[in-house]
Ligand binder design. Structure first.
Ligand SMILES: [Fe+2]
Length: 255
């Protein structure tokens, strides 16, 4: 079913095969990252301030100039609020200045779509990536029954949803038109760079490449949580996968 709908690419089909693979790892071409978990101790990303600083040093080393970091707001597992996020950001931001790490750090969030979020968006101003653009995620296991309503409510409230890592929602894999539906509903799509590296498996990689080829993504993000993710991002920057990201017109440079 899967391969019938999407068709498998031939192994040698690489539109950038004429371009040399970079020798030095750098994602400076993107300039900014807009999905990560670098604030200390408030979700499943950086464990403490030291961990945050090490991850941010690695990002600066990869040529990133601006990081819009996005802790989970997920009432069941990571019950963050504006206050917990802004307090952790102030701590991390003061430390990067003290340590002289050459990177701009801004706070936002990755909101999990559930009943709590439906209330939250009515109750308070959401933390955004840029203007009224809000990063959202939802269950990887099943399509939430409230998804359409949540996206509609966000749009009605003047927000523009950015769907985090759409290629990771397995229940969409069977029907590519689901992604078109999201775009038709006014959503933007954000690629996880690690998906292209095959970090989440072959099917996720395949769908990500398909969506890239169709020009459906708007942003790309690292979704980095820890050093293992940084190692994959670094390796990717000197692999053939580099050009798949670097040649695509992501909006990251406008952040
Ligand atoms: Fe994330």
């Amino acid at each position: 079913m899967f391969s019938k709908l999407f068709g498998r690419k031939k192994k040698d089909e690489d539109p950038y095969s004429h371009l040399p693979v970079p020798e030095t790892p750098s994602w400076a071409v993107l300039g900014a990252d807009m999905h990560s978990h670098f604030l200390p101790g408030i979700d499943d990303g950086a464990k403490d301030l030291n961990d945050s600083l090490n991850l941010l040093r690695s990002m600066a080393g990869l040529g990133y100039k601006k990081i819009i970091t996005t802790p989970h707001v997920f009432i069941d597992y990571h019950p963050n609020t504006r206050q917990t996020i802004l307090a952790a950001w102030e701590k991390a931001n003061a430390a990067i200045k003290e340590e002289g790490i050459d990177i701009e750090l801004r706070p936002a969030a990755e909101y999990y779509i559930d009943d709590y979020f439906m209330h939250l968006m009515e109750k308070e101003e959401l933390l955004t990536i840029k203007g009224k653009e809000v990063l959202v995620e939802f269950s990887m296991v099943y399509e939430p029954p409230i998804l359409a309503q949540a996206l509609f409510n966000l749009r009605t409230a003047g927000y523009k949803p950015i769907i985090a890592h759409p290629e990771r929602y397995m229940f969409f894999h069977r029907d590519l038109s689901k992604y078109e539906e999201l775009k038709d509903r006014g959503c933007m799509l954000q690629l996880n760079m690690l998906s292209i590296a095959g970090y989440y498996g072959g099917n996720v990689k395949h769908v990500a490449e398909k969506l890239l080829a169709k020009g459906m993504y708007d942003y790309c993000g690292t979704d980095a949580h820890h050093e293992k993710h940084m190692a994959v991002l670094t390796a990717m920057a000197t692999s053939r996968d580099y050009h798949k990201i670097a040649q695509y017109p992501f909006r990251n440079s406008q952040l």
